[in-house]
Design a protein around this ligand. Structure first.
Ligand SMILES: Nc1ncnc2c1ncn2[C@@H]1O[C@H](COP(=O)(O)OP(=O)(O)OP(=O)(O)O)[C@@H](O)[C@H]1O
Length: 288
């Protein structure tokens, strides 16, 4: 559906996106990377807001760099720094964007407010909305043209856990019949949501795979143990610690190690974030 072929975006001497080749199909794709990894730049190119320095982007085989209108008609985009016009109500806000996008069906606005669970707030000024409500209004705006590609850039930044979960459910539902690309640096935000993960590091795509594959590779590499504080200090010198929590005078530790690091360490099921960290440490060991 959406293909990137050796896509590069250069700013001066920096390759913000450095030769990304990817073929995305409908479903939810988690675009994961640290701050500055190139996620927003890549998404802006997919959204035809800027052009690659080199490489090609194709939607169903058609070149959207040369013909951006092909993408724009099928795209919904929620940028990272999405601002609502505070004095407008939720409904007025959607009416404004509907006018800009040439959507004339007034019923659709109410359907969308219901879809993002803001129908009861339709006449409330967006100024009074929480961060999560604003993001949901942003998603309603992005869905006005019933897009089959939805791109959302760091949608969960600054949201509380309940709103994160709500947004995750919404994106999961939307991904059943479209391509939804969600960028984040918080891996747990796409856990149980993304069908594929695309991992960017310094502009390069370092992995594109299913969460199940990432978890399977981490099997037998994440360990837990309860340690006396002095033992924990010693352990930190030679084991990658993922988490350490003081509890009852001891440290509850989760760590990455290619084999059992000491007799008391028990193998545990890794979270997706832990599995990705285990992979990173394994890559670093190979590179060293
Ligand atoms: N217009 C620009 N001019 C110069 N450099 C830029 C520009 N836009 C982005 N960059 C640089 O390109 C790199 C990638 O930035 P980008 O915003 O795409 O990363 P990101 O993964 O989205 O990070 P964040 O989560 O912080 O937004 C960074 O080093 C950034 O400083």
């Amino acid at each position: 559906m959406l293909q990137m072929q050796d896509v590069v975006k250069r700013f001066g001497k920096l390759n913000a996106v450095d030769g990304v080749t990817l073929d995305l199909q409908p479903g939810v794709v988690g675009l994961i990377g640290h701050n500055g990894a190139g996620k927003s730049t890549l998404m802006q190119m997919l959204a035809t807001l800027c052009k690659p320095t080199s490489g090609a982007i194709l939607l169903d085989g058609q070149d959207i760099v040369a013909r951006p209108a092909l993408m724009r008609g099928r795209l919904g985009y929620l940028p990272q720094d999405f601002g609502v016009y505070a004095h407008l109500t939720a409904l007025e806000f959607l009416q404004y964007f509907a006018a800009l996008k040439g959507v004339r069906d007034a019923r659709r606005l109410h359907e969308l407010l219901s879809l993002v669970n803001l129908h009861e707030q339709a006449h409330r000024p967006a100024m009074t909305f929480s961060g999560g409500m604003r993001q949901r209004l942003g998603i309603a705006q992005a869905l006005l043209n019933d897009p089959d590609v939805l791109i959302v850039d760091e949608p969960t930044a600054g949201l509380d856990p309940e709103e994160r979960l709500r947004l995750r459910h919404l994106l999961g539902d939307l991904g059943r019949r479209r391509l939804v690309i969600v960028s984040t640096h918080i891996v747990s935000d796409v856990e149980n949501l993304a069908s594929h993960l695309a991992i960017l590091r310094q502009g390069r795509l370092v992995a594109f795979e299913t969460p199940e594959a990432v978890l399977a590779r981490a099997a037998g590499q994440v360990w837990a143990a309860s340690l006396a504080p002095a033992d924990y200090e010693a352990l930190r010198q030679h084991v990658h610690v993922l988490q350490a929590q003081p509890q009852g005078g001891r440290m509850q530790v989760r760590m990455v190690h290619p084999r059992q690091p000491f007799a008391e360490a028990q193998p545990v099921q890794a979270s997706l974030e832990e599995a990705l960290m285990a992979q990173r440490y394994a890559d670093a060991r190979v590179a060293a």
